[in-house]
Design a protein around this ligand. Structure first.
Ligand code: NAD
Length: 338
């Protein structure tokens, strides 16, 4: 950690859960410098709110943390999103080092500069673009992750493979199952490939102005509808997997997506034992209502990214009415009842 020597002080924001589970690998910052402000956090979506933002800001102000200090965070996407917003706004920005500790955070949320907190019932409505100085994705942090949380990350990896880079899909093809992936030699290569893939997309449109980042939303239009309709009972990974399969199905019906693309997505979802959401019991009407209120919807139409072939996609707009009938036929053909 010699990179930290040039800073006057260190603020260390860490997930309490991660701290308890990984005492052996959490950086011992006190041995590097004496002046460390440690802030332990109960993570999860409810962390990302304005009260917690204020509480942490108050600590930094009371401790007179200077502009030449460094913020280091260790945690999943929720800690990263809050820490990024703190680092970008405290004294108009202090340097940050990211230690993402979930698979999703390592392959996705720690990369790309977006951060944010939830406000007035709207997710990530307050936030900024701010890159860390360094991201240290250490796979030793992934050893004690619940498999359901691992699957949230795997769904995002499948996304990169399906619409961004076919070599990621080939890397997933060569895994036997979730245990093989998490314990095998390829994990580090897969994570770094995903980081580079997202990094390249983000570099072409850092401020999300040209639509280049849209490809990263594959599966997420339907997934957000599922998450909202289920009041977040369906995990993010299961919602995204269902969304990717449904959006590939819609693409196939529209004559854009090859059948083999949907079947490949279906195969990898099955290989990693990711469950599909029970769309019938969530209520298709209910789900479509959330999709049509999404920020990507206007004039009764919804935008989505549809795969053409593995690793290649296009953006389409479809009417809410058509999406409803495609989703009805998708739900029936996959027997997504209760
Ligand atoms: N900024 C972005 O670009 C971006 C992109 C995608 C998602 N996100 C955000 O990321 C968040 C989700 O992130 P997440 O899935 O990492 O959730 P999370 O931060 O809530 O972590 C999930 C769970 O894993 C536990 N955990 C964390 N690290 C662990 C470890 N090493 N071992 C064992 N348990 C561990 C946590 O305590 C928590 O219970 C959402 O708020 C989402 O909005 C942001």
């Amino acid at each position: 950690m010699s990179e930290v020597d040039k800073y006057s002080e260190i603020v260390f924001m860490v997930s309490k859960n991660v701290e308890q589970k990984y005492q052996d690998i959490i950086p011992k910052l006190n041995s590097v410098r004496g002046d460390v402000t440690k802030i332990s956090l109960v993570d999860g979506e409810s962390l990302k709110n304005i009260r917690n933002y204020q509480k942490i800001m108050r600590v930094l102000v009371e401790r007179q943390v200077s502009r030449r200090s460094l913020l280091i965070y260790a945690g999943g996407g929720t800690v990263g999103d809050l820490a990024g917003y703190i680092a970008s706004t405290y004294k108009r920005g202090i340097d940050m080092i990211a230690l993402p500790t979930t698979l999703l955070a390592q392959v996705d949320s720690a990369v790309g500069g977006k951060n944010g907190i939830n406000f007035s019932g709207v997710k990530n409505v307050i936030g900024s673009f701010y890159n860390p100085r360094m991201i240290l994705a250490d796979t030793r942090f992934l050893r004690k992750l619940d498999l359901s949380i691992v699957r949230d990350g795997i769904s995002e990896i499948i996304k990169y493979g399906a619409v961004c880079d076919h070599t990621i899909m080939s890397m997933l093809d060569s895994q036997m199952d979730i245990h093989d992936l998490m314990n095998g030699d390829s994990l580090t290569r897969i994570i770094s490939k995903c980081i580079r893939t997202k990094g390249d997309i983000v570099a072409s449109d850092y401020y999300d102005e040209k639509g280049e980042r849209n490809v990263l939303n594959f599966g997420h239009t339907i997934a957000h509808g599922i998450e909202s309709a289920s009041k977040n009972e369906v995990t993010h990974g299961n919602a995204v997997a269902t969304g990717m399969l449904a959006e590939a199905y819609i693409g196939e019906k529209m004559g854009i997506t090859g059948r083999e693309v949907r079947l490949k997505i279906q195969e990898v979802i099955g290989k990693f034992s990711i469950s599909l959401a029970p769309l019938n019991s969530l209520g298709l009407q209910n789900m479509i209502k959330y999709i049509s209120n999404d920020k990507k919807a206007s004039d009764g139409h919804v935008s989505m990214v549809i795969p053409e072939e593995i690793g290649k996609s296009q953006k389409i707009r479809a009417s809410v009415k058509d999406i409803f009938s495609y989703m009805k036929s998708f739900t029936d053909s996959y027997n997504l009842g209760n």
